[in-house]
Design a protein around this ligand. Structure first.
Ligand code: AGP
Length: 607
């Protein structure tokens, strides 16, 4: 996992290569921010700098050190093999530092490859360093050939960029189940893990396909297939505008993104429904729901939580058998998929390696895939048969908030779309649509409760352990809410279906454990109350989130936050917003790095 960036251009402006690489790395920091490094060629030698921590720290270091001017590669890391340290930071080198490599991915057979080197030239704990030594061993004057020979020995996923002191005018790149984009400009060439790192540049862009390599120089890019045959790869203009990122006066991007949700929900709805027919409409989808006998939703983390809720919606509204699977588990289950199974792959970034691998497995078994994604030009959008965009706008905070609620509303629209093509009446469709259209307002009402939520968050921030309980739609909602707390406050938060407590977890209940109870579903509220009674009898404080006007939980609640009421199917959206605020305010008390929490990355690009 990590972000790769590279640049080769005219050498007149000595600082241009490093300036552009730093700028590119900052745009790739969502892929990891444990350490960063840069290497290029200066006076015929490899010149490098590495730093533990974020790209800003590398930038400071470069102000005090020599910067490369020729072909330059750079890297921002999320540690997989080896601790986050300067030594383990990329780029990595061969023994006499004649070449430098940056790598995104995992080399699964690195240990066996390392064993081939008798003299133990390795200076780092990484899987990546061996690549530099393999290329060096294969090198006899032709860098492309040496990289090709080395790559043939590698197992796993990788995107690579390589520079060599004997070739100051070229960068060799390759991609193997990891994305790599090449951007051609006016007498300059860029490479990056993600084309969005090219924002602000006017480039013609191509994406390497699995197994492809390229020799990049400032005025020419030649792409080759895995057999070394030169390809005529089309380069396209992507219209990537640079957005000025701003917190708009909020203390953190997370808080800003939480507050954007009335608007992002509206954007997800716009143009996607017909009041007259009481249905949803998706221009991007052209198939009949009649043929769909089963829906399989794939995703990881927050996107999987959205998938769980989506599966319930598809079953209850459209009566299509549906399940959500964790993408990283799915591909190892030899899944049963036939031509009537529709796969929906959910990913904010469109770059999550586990989700992409699951999509490839589903496609290999003949499934059609709808990619539900927030990022244009991402790998998922390129590999899916149909794409439905979330329209949430760029999500900067590692902790996903607005993308999640956009996933939910888009899934609810899709469920309505399928339901109306099957047995749902126009009147029922219109009633559900009315509730959907009400969501931006309901979320605005939740945001108006911020102060009350902050107050309870401060009170509960002294607890180390939390149980999040819910039933029905509120159970996946509690999974997501507890993930928010874990991610940004580093507190132990376990989500459980409330009815399961008595089968074991209740042993943990007591005054030192705080219970957060999500009581937003009408159908199960009496059952929820009984489960909370059992908790109260064992002295855990209970923070209840319930609908306005609901008095049922007064007897069990230590504290209670009332939220606007809405139908059971859609309650997850306003409740999630309230629980995002709760996690945020707890994390503020804990003084954590809210937008870039420890050990995490926005996009998880390794399996
Ligand atoms: C969300 O807060 C998390 N950071 C994480 O679980 C995330 O949802 C997961 O990694 C999947 O990402 P994706 O939606 O970009 O595929």
């Amino acid at each position: 996992m990590c972000g790769i960036f590279g640049y080769i251009g005219p050498s007149a402006d000595k600082a241009r290569a490093s300036r552009l690489c730093l700028d590119g790395l900052k745009k790739l920091e969502y892929r990891g921010y444990d350490s960063a490094g840069i290497a290029g060629i200066l006076d015929g030698k490899i010149q490098s700098s590495k730093q533990v921590g974020k790209v800003a720290l590398l930038e400071e270091l470069l102000e005090r050190s020599k910067v490369p001017t020729g072909a330059t590669v750079a890297h921002t890391r999320w540690a997989t093999h080896g601790a986050p340290s300067t030594g383990n930071a990329h780029p990595h080198f061969d023994t006499d530092k004649s070449l430098a490599i940056v790598h995104n991915g995992i080399i699964e057979n690195f240990q066996g490859l390392k064993n081939q080197f008798q003299n133990g030239p390795f200076k780092t704990d990484t899987d990546s360093e061996v690549i530099a030594h393999l290329i060096s061993r294969a090198y006899s004057g032709d860098l492309l050939k040496a990289v090709k020979e080395a790559v043939e020995l590698l197992e796993g996923s990788f995107a690579l960029a390589v520079v060599h002191q004997d070739h100051p005018d070229e960068i060799i790149v390759c991609a193997h189940e990891s994305p790599l984009a090449i951007g051609k400009g006016d007498d300059e060439c860029f490479i990056a893990s993600d084309a969005h790192a090219f924002k602000g540049q006017n480039l013609q862009v191509a994406f390497l396909s699995h197994g492809e390599m390229a020799r990049c120089s400032r005025d020419h890019v030649q792409v080759f297939n895995s057999r070394g045959k030169a390809l005529d790869k089309p380069f396209l203009s992507l219209n990537l505008k640079d957005e000025i990122l701003s917190k708009n006066g909020f203390d953190h991007y997370m808080l800003k993104e939480i507050h954007e949700q009335p608007q992002t929900l509206q954007q997800a709805l716009d143009g996607r429904y017909s009041d007259e027919f009481g249905t949803a409409q998706f221009e991007e989808l052209k198939f009949s729901a009649q043929k769909v006998k089963r829906i399989l939703i794939l995703g990881c983390g927050t996107s999987w939580h959205a998938g769980l809720l989506g599966a319930s919606l598809f079953e209850s509204l459209a009566r299509i058998s549906s399940q959500a699977e964790i993408a990283s588990e799915f591909r190892y289950t030899n899944p049963i998929i036939d031509q009537h199974t529709l796969v929906i792959a959910i990913s904010q970034s469109g770059e999550t390696a586990d989700t992409l691998a699951a999509v490839r497995e589903a496609k290999a078994k003949g499934a059609k895939v709808i990619g539900m994604c927030n990022v244009s030009h991402s790998t998922l959008t390129r590999e899916s048969d149909h794409v439905v965009f979330l329209r949430a706008g760029q999500e900067v905070s590692v902790c996903s908030t607005k993308a999640f609620t956009s996933q939910l509303i888009t899934l609810a629209l899709l469920a309505l779309y399928f339901a109306r093509q099957r047995h749902m009446s126009k009147e029922d469709g219109q009633a559900f649509l009315a509730q959907l259209k009400n969501l931006p307002l309901k979320v605005r009402q939740v945001l108006a409760h911020s102060k009350a939520i902050e107050k309870v968050a401060i009170k509960y921030s002294s607890f180390e352990d939390f149980f999040y309980l819910g039933r029905q739609y509120m159970y996946p909602t509690s999974l997501e809410a507890s993930l928010k707390l874990k991610e940004i406050s580093y507190l132990n938060a376990i989500a459980y279906p409330a009815g399961e407590m008595k089968h074991g977890p209740i042993a943990l209940v007591g005054p030192a454990l705080a219970v957060v109870a999500l009581c937003g579903n009408q159908q199960t509220k009496e059952k929820m109350l009984s489960n909370l009674m059992e908790v109260k009898a064992r002295s855990s404080p209970i923070l209840v989130f319930a609908s306005e006007g609901e008095t049922l939980f007064d007897a069990v609640a230590t504290d209670i936050i009332y939220l606007p009421s809405i139908c059971d199917e859609l309650a997850s959206i306003p409740y999630s917003v309230a629980l995002q605020l709760f996690a945020y305010f707890v994390a503020v008390e804990k003084k954590t790095d809210i937008d870039q929490p420890r050990n995490l990355a926005k996009s998880v690009t390794v399996e």
